[in-house]
Design a protein around this ligand. Structure first.
Ligand code: SAH
Length: 216
């Protein structure tokens, strides 16, 4: 019997993303190709293809697929781009990025999450992703600058130390706003005239907290 390539829930997943306005074919293909069920808690596998955020270890969340696709689309990725992600979590967003750019450095403050994301990404052959245990508010200078920066945890403000790491023409996307409640996705573009700021949509993310987590 032939393998089922597109079970109904996966077809619904694509349909939902398209209906909500995701139109970049490369992004849709990446979303189709990365098995989200491998990034959620085993107990949540049945819900992996639904368009909702789910709890993962360390009290954190894997984002809603629409938000992952939307943020990815807004980054306008090219194959040669070096991308920084702050907030590896499950590694799902990093896996999507890895299909669309040259290199991803993803930083996570929980060792447990960083370690398990690294294992998943390795199994999927995402060998252009490097997962680092660290603090996204304190990126080592040796990491250099980036063509794109994606922050997947809520920041009250985007620190200047972060925007300074954007290459000319670079784009940064981050949920900005209070830690409790709703934030707005902000897109910053480094132009010759300075930073261009655009508010996109309202979102809800877990907070970005300083320092490496003391608990695992
Ligand atoms: N992108 C993830 C979801 C991120 S949830 C995915 O695809 O699954 C937000 C993550 O950001 C959490 O794992 C949290 O621990 C991490 N985080 C919060 N503050 C951080 C910081 N200062 N540096 C690095 N990671 C941080």
């Amino acid at each position: 019997m032939p393998a089922v390539q597109n079970p109904p829930e996966k077809m619904m997943f694509q349909l939902t993303l398209r209906r909500r306005g995701i139109s970049d074919q490369a992004v849709l293909r990446a979303m189709e190709g990365i098995p989200r069920d491998l990034f959620v808690d085993p107990a949540d596998r049945a819900d992996a293809w639904r368009d909702s955020a789910l709890g993962i270890a360390c009290g954190q969340t894997i984002s809603q697929p629409f938000v992952v696709a939307y943020m990815t689309e807004q980054l306008q990725l090219q194959k040669h781009h070096r991308v920084l992600e702050i907030g590896t979590g499950s590694g799902y967003q990093a896996a999507i990025l890895s299909r669309l750019c040259g290199h991803v450095l993803s930083i996570e403050r929980y060792r447990t999450l960083a370690d398990s994301a690294r294992v998943r990404l390795e199994k999927l052959g995402c060998d252009n992703v490097e997962v680092l245990l660290g603090d996204g508010f304190d990126i080592p200078a040796s990491a250099g600058n980036f063509d794109r920066i994606i922050v997947t945890a809520a920041m009250e403000e985007v620190p200047e130390a972060l925007t300074q790491r954007l290459e000319p023409g670079g784009i940064l996307i981050a949920p900005v706003g209070p830690h409790q409640g709703t934030q707005t996705l902000i897109r910053l573009t480094r132009t010759e005239a300075g930073l261009e700021r655009k508010a996109l949509v309202d979102v809800r993310f877990v907070p970005a907290l300083p320092g490496i987590a003391r608990e695992l």
